[in-house]
Design a protein around this ligand. Structure first.
Ligand code: GLN
Length: 395
C-alpha cells in the first residue's frame, strides 16, 4: 500500500543524524547542542530522592504545583512580570513540546506563521501538522538582524503567529530592546500571537542582558514564552521545559498538552523544584561560564584561517570557512566529519531558500578537553585545505 506522508520533505533531524554519525566514527561531537559534562550531582541526588520517596505516578496535567511555584519565583528574579503559577505556567516535555503544543493550539488550517531563517528545525513541521504554512523571512546577513519592514510586508489577515527566538539558534544573535519595541508596534491592533523561544535566556555572552517578551507587557499579553531546564540546568536528558502564557492562551495550550504528552515524569519536576529552592540563582552564572567556553574556542582557532563571526548568546559559535574552502556548507561539514572527525552543523539546512554561505555551527557546551581536541582537528584540517588550494592555484 502506498504510504502517504504528512511531512514528505522531513527526514531525521540534522542533530540526531550528526550525533549518530559522530558516535559511529568516533568523532569529536560539536554538532548537536548538549553538554558532554555531568549535571550538578545535587540535581541527580534530588531526582533519586524524589523517586525513593515514591513520586513515580502521574503529576497533575499542567505540571507539579511545587515546580510551577518555583518557576514563578525564578521568573520574578529575571522579569518585571508577575506570573500566576496556577494559570499561566505549563510544564512540558522539553521546549520542543511547548513549541509544538503552542503551535497546535494557535494555528488552524489556512493560517500563516512567520518564522525567521535560519529557523530552528522544529518550527516548520509543527506548523504544517497544524495545517498552516510558514512564511520564511530571512534574518539579514552578516549579523543576522531582523528587518521589521520586511516582516510588515508579509503580514496579512491570514497571519496568525510569529515565532521568534532569542538568543537565536543557530545564528547566535539576540533581540534588542529596540527589536522588541519595533515588534510591539508592528503587532499593535492585529490578532497575531507570538511564540517566543527563549530557551537560552541565561546563556548570553560578554555580560549582555536578555531581552525577552515577558519584559514587554504589550508583547506578553499575546505570547507563549518558552523556556528549558535542559538548557538552564544543562540537563537536556531530563526533558523539562515550560511555557508561560496569559491564562486564556495557557488554557488553549493545555488542551493540546493533555492529549499530547499529558504530563511529564514527576520525579524530575519535584527535583527541579527543590533544586530551585536551594539554588534560586541557578542560571545566573551561565553567561560567564559559556563566555569562557566560547573564548577558549576563539583562542584555539586564532590564525587558523577560520573566522568566527561575533556571537551574542546560545550554546553555539559559528565558524566561517570561506578562506579555506569554496565548497557548500553541507559538503564541507561532511568532509570535516569524515576527514577530521569533527561533527558540526551546516547552517544552510535551517533555510527554506539557503543563500550561498560558508558557515558551520559549533556547540561550545563541551568539556574544555573536547573543545581543545575539536579545535586542534579543525586547525589541522583548515591547514590541509589551504595547502591544497595553494597547490592547485600554483599548479
Ligand atoms: N536544540 C538542540 C540543538 O540545537 C537539538 C535538540 C534536538 O536534537 N532535537 O542542537
Amino acid at each position: 500500500m502506498a504510504f502517504r506522508s504528512k511531512l514528505p520533505q522531513v527526514g531525521t533531524t540534522i542533530f540526531s543524524v550528526m550525533s549518530r554519525r559522530a558516535a559511529e566514527l568516533g568523532a569529536v561531537n560539536l554538532g548537536q547542542g548538549f553538554p558532554d559534562y555531568d549535571i550538578d550531582p545535587r540535581l541527580g541526588e534530588l531526582v533519586h530522592q524524589a523517586m525513593r520517596e515514591g513520586y513515580n505516578q502521574y503529576a497533575p496535567m499542567p505540571g507539579l504545583p511545587q515546580l510551577r511555584e518555583a518557576i514563578a519565583a525564578k521568573l520574578a528574579r529575571s522579569y518585571p512580570a508577575q506570573v500566576d503559577p496556577e494559570l499561566e505556567i505549563t510544564i512540558t516535555l522539553g521546549a520542543t513540546e511547548a513549541i509544538f503544543s503552542a503551535v497546535q493550539a494557535l494555528v488552524a488550517a489556512g493560517d500563516e506563521v512567520v518564522v525567521f531563517d535560519p529557523a530552528y528545525d522544529s518550527y516548520d513541521p509543527a506548523v504544517r501538522l497544524a495545517g498552516g504554512a510558514c512564511i520564511h523571512v530571512p534574518l539579514q546577513p552578516p549579523a543576522f538582524r531582523y528587518d521589521w519592514d520586511r516582516v510588515a510586508s508579509v503580514l496579512s489577515a491570514r497571519t496568525r503567529l510569529l515565532i521568534i527566538n532569542s538568543p537565536h539558534n543557530p545564528s547566535c544573535t539576540c533581540l534588542t530592546a529596540q527589536d522588541l519595541a519595533a515588534l510591539a508596534q508592528l503587532l499593535r491592533g492585529r490578532e497575531i500571537y507570538l511564540v517566543a523561544d527563549e530557551v537560552y535566556e541565561h546563556v548570553l555572552y560578554d555580560g549582555r542582558a536578555h531581552h525577552g517578551v515577558l519584559s514587554v507587557p504589550e508583547l506578553r499579553e499575546r505570547s507563549v514564552a518558552v523556556f528549558s531546564f535542559g538548557k538552564t540546568l544543562q540537563a537536556t536528558g531530563l526533558r523539562v521545559g515550560y511555557a508561560v502564557a496569559p491564562a486564556p492562551l495557557s488554557a488553549e495550550l493545555r488542551k493540546v498538552h493533555q492529549f499530547n504528552t499529558f504530563t511529564i515524569p514527576t520525579a524530575p519536576q519535584l527535583a527541579i523544584a527543590r533544586y530551585l529552592g536551594e539554588r534560586p540563582d541557578c542560571g545566573e552564572h551561565l553567561g560567564a561560564f559559556f563566555t569562557a567556553k566560547r573564548d577558549r574556542l576563539i583562542a584555539a582557532l586564532a590564525g587558523s584561517g577560520l573566522t568566527l563571526p561575533p556571537a551574542q548568546g546560545s550554546f553555539f559559535q559559528l565558524i566561517d570557512y570561506a578562506a579555506v574552502s569554496p565548497r557548500p556548507d553541507t559538503e564541507f561539514a561532511e568532509e570535516l566529519l569524515l576527514r577530521a572527525r569533527v561533527a558540526s552543523i551546516p547552517l544552510s539546512v535551517f533555510y527554506q531558500h539557503p543563500p550561498p554561505m560558508t558557515l558551520l555551527r559549533l556547540c561550545v557546551a563541551k568539556r574544555d578537553a573536547t573543545l581543545d581536541e575539536g579545535a586542534a582537528r579543525l586547525r589541522e584540517f583548515a591547514r590541509t585545505r589551504r595547502d591544497a588550494a595553494t597547490a592547485r592555484s600554483s599548479a
